[in-house]
Design a protein around this ligand. Structure first.
Ligand code: CXF
Ligand code: ZN
Length: 360
């Protein structure tokens, strides 16, 4: 089959190969035919070493498709089921799952680094984050393929698998933004736009989108931002909208020290800063010992929207069906697997928020 292979971390392009295969599904695994995959900024982060990825590897962690084979012990999925791929398959039994923090289940995430599920020739190849959706097929634990009931286009389902749930979940699950709140969102890519939509859903009355790419300002307004500005213009807007108090909530959706610090500085005393962006392991952010206690701000991390995919994929679909989430509007363009490098360039330049790789 066809798949886009990262030969070495640091490569700026993926190699499209025709000689890629999957392993046979183990007892608790399924093989999925991918029909749509979204390109997320984290795919670039896997390629440039910001996020841990093994090479050679198949990149892509947002996707939807059909189950084509099930392992002997799989009882809750059948061949023909439409599924969304999850990069955190909840094991259901570990301490995190039992405490209701399924997004923090690391059982399958750790295993993904020791069990390659692709082959190129006779070489084992890993899928990024245990997935590898830039391929015609992949094998994942059954908990990493969540059934979609009803009529949901593959591309809409794919978006829910990472960007939408990460952004909307950060607002609804992690921060629990309340009606009337003031919110600033730093970074208006796919996850940032999803967070803007989450803030609108929450009834926030001030939603400020911050992005250096001015083309994204009108786009952000279309999804519910009440104001949009460049990072340089943010201090002026903090003054104008909050009388220099700062916002109730600041979401950082970039993953860099400067933007994390900017989100913190844009948060009012007693307010909440939420770090959604996926940063480097060796990048550090400075806070003074005094400001941490004196301003009583809450600093929250948000991983995968603090979500439980078994509950929240359905919730996102229902919000979309009710017309409360605009997911089709998030799709900047559709490409094929053979155009993947152009798609990656489109994310690198900040030109597109989400592109869908369609696989027939
Ligand atoms: C990332 C987080 C690290 C694993 C891959 C997905 N989140 C959003 O893109
Ligand atoms: Zn992602």
């Amino acid at each position: 089959m066809q798949a886009a292979v990262l030969n070495q971390v640091g490569d700026s392009d993926l190699e499209l190969r025709e000689d890629v295969g999957t392993t046979r599904p183990g007892p608790d695994e399924v093989r999925v035919r991918i029909r749509a995959a979204g390109i997320c900024h984290s795919d670039l982060s896997a390629m440039d070493g910001t996020l841990p990825a093994l090479a050679p590897g198949i990149i892509g962690h947002e996707g939807s498709g059909d189950v084509v084979e099930i392992g002997a012990a799989v009882t809750d999925l059948a061949v023909g089921d439409q599924v969304i791929i999850s990069f955190v398959p909840p094991c259901g039994k570990c301490a995190s799952c039992l405490r209701g923090e399924a997004n923090l289940c690391s059982v399958h995430a750790i295993a993904a680094f020791s069990s390659p599920r692709f082959v190129v020739g006779d070489q084992p190849v890993f899928g990024f984050a245990g997935c590898g959706t830039f391929a015609e097929e992949l094998v994942v634990p059954s908990a990493g393929a969540v059934r979609v009931d009803g009529d949901v286009p593959y591309e809409i389902a794919a978006l829910i698998g990472c960007g939408v749930l990460t952004g909307v979940g950060a607002v609804l699950n992690t921060a629990k933004v309340e009606p009337g709140a003031s919110v600033v969102i730093i970074g208006a890519g796919g996850v940032g736009i999803a967070a803007i939509q989450g803030a609108r859903l929450s009834g926030a009355t001030q939603i400020v989108a911050v992005d250096p790419v001015t083309d994204k300002h009108d786009l952000a307004r279309g999804f519910g931002a009440t104001h949009a500005c460049t990072p340089e213009a943010l201090p002026e807007l903090i003054e104008k909208l909050t009388g220099n108090q700062g916002f109730d909530y600041a979401f950082e959706v970039v993953g860099q020290p400067a933007t994390i610090r900017a989100a913190w500085d844009a948060t009012r005393r007693g307010g909440t800063t939420v770090v959604v962006g996926a940063g480097r392991a060796d990048a550090t952010v400075e806070f003074s010992a005094q400001e941490l206690f004196l301003h009583e701000k809450k600093l929250l991390g948000s991983f995968y929207g603090s979500a439980d995919v078994r509950r929240d994929y359905r919730r996102m679909i229902e919000l979309w069906q009710a017309g409360l989430l605009d997911l089709a509007g998030m799709i900047s363009r559709r490409i094929t697997l053979s155009e993947i490098n152009d798609g990656l360039a489109g994310i690198r330049s900040g030109k597109f928020i989400r592109q869908i790789v369609t696989v027939d």
